[in-house]
Write a protein that binds this ligand. Sequence first.
Ligand SMILES: Cc1cc2nc3c(=O)[nH]c(=O)nc-3n(C[C@H](O)[C@H](O)[C@H](O)COP(=O)(O)OP(=O)(O)OC[C@H]3O[C@@H](n4cnc5c(N)ncnc54)[C@H](O)[C@@H]3O)c2cc1C
Length: 383
Amino acid sequence: MDYNILIIGGGAWGLSTAYNLSKKGVKNIAVLEKNYIASGQSGHTSAIVRQFYSSEITAKIAQLSLNFFKNFKNNIGYDAKFKQTGLIVVSYDKDSIMNTVNKLTKLDIQYHILDKTSLSNLDPNLNLKEDEVAVYEPEAGYADPIETTWAFAKASKEMGVKILEGEKVVSIQKEDKYVVKTSTKEYKTSKLLIAAGIDSPKIVSNLNINLPIYLIPFPVCYIKRPNNFESLKYVFFDFSVSYYTRPEGEDQIVVGAVHPQMSYSSAEGYEPDEAFHWSKINTEVASRPDYETLKAYTEGLLARFNNLKDVKIVRDLMPYIDITPDWEPIIDEVEEDLFVACGSSGHGFKLSPIVGRILADLISEKEVKFIDINPYSIKRFKL
Ligand SMILES: Cc1cc2nc3c(=O)[nH]c(=O)nc-3n(C[C@H](O)[C@H](O)[C@H](O)COP(=O)(O)OP(=O)(O)OC[C@H]3O[C@@H](n4cnc5c(N)ncnc54)[C@H](O)[C@@H]3O)c2cc1C
């Protein structure tokens, strides 16, 4: 089997790229997915779509992607079920938050600093301490990640892309073309994209390229929404305790981990723990959040909302996310006709519509004109 472009990974990034390439008229594309569509991070994500980033490139891609999500069905023909709920951010780190708000305002991203009255109008039960700041992004919300990823898959299939599930890539070699082997088949391709999430560095290492990727566990739990609890019908980031929440259906709320580097703070000076280097982690083994982490979430929520009397956890999970030392993705041509898109650092879902467009331009035209993607280049790291 010989393809023009082979994509490894049937998540939001791989499938958005397949969709965007097809839209540009590129033919003879296949996607190899070791499991099923959206079985990786794209199926476990909280799918929050917001623009609150201190990194200019990420904020811009988030802005373009959010506009895409708002018109997702018109754009692609299928619904991502995006709900615009607004986002409230609370933190002690007033200076960094205000710097980010100022940067975003220059990019025409709407932000409001909330005083006591405006916060109380949004949610009268949210306690804000004297030394904390609260800001509001009205356009933010969340989508349905499975519907989104499947939308890219369905629209791609309609344009002729072959999506092959249950095809685990076990080796890659460079001959006159790239030769990609799964346990039962062999594929040849002129151009190869590796968008395999947390497994990308292992796959790329077949070609003696060592990516600076670290895999960190990302704890999430689902809590029962108490009867008549009207708070948290929006997305909420509590950086004072380091958790986020968003509604899940009518009767639950998702609670997960958030790090300043995923939002308002640059990762300058951050040194990833070598114990989390990709080569030291067995990605096939799932783990669970510890009780102390969940207790910090529940105690944080109880202290934050006057109208919350108890927190009932209904389930939990702890997938890995793939981060880079600066918490920005790697999107690059790392060798002739070999493209890598990984290290999405816990914010890749929201970026997926535009990441796919970037990769489609990079793969088919070897350059991206509508945005400068240098900050995502592999060359920023000394390998
Ligand atoms: C708990 C959690 C919450 C998150 N919340 C948010 C959020 O609110 N907002 C946001 O923007 N982002 C969020 N993220 C991050 C976001 O989910 C990811 O950045 C995004 O889904 C990455 O998409 P991807 O396509 O790169 O990876 P994936 O969805 O992981 O896709 C990679 C695919 O490659 C396949 N694969 C792996 N190895 C092979 C192989 N050898 N052969 C063939 N196929 C292979 C995998 O099975 C997988 O399906 C969250 C992540 C987690 C884990």
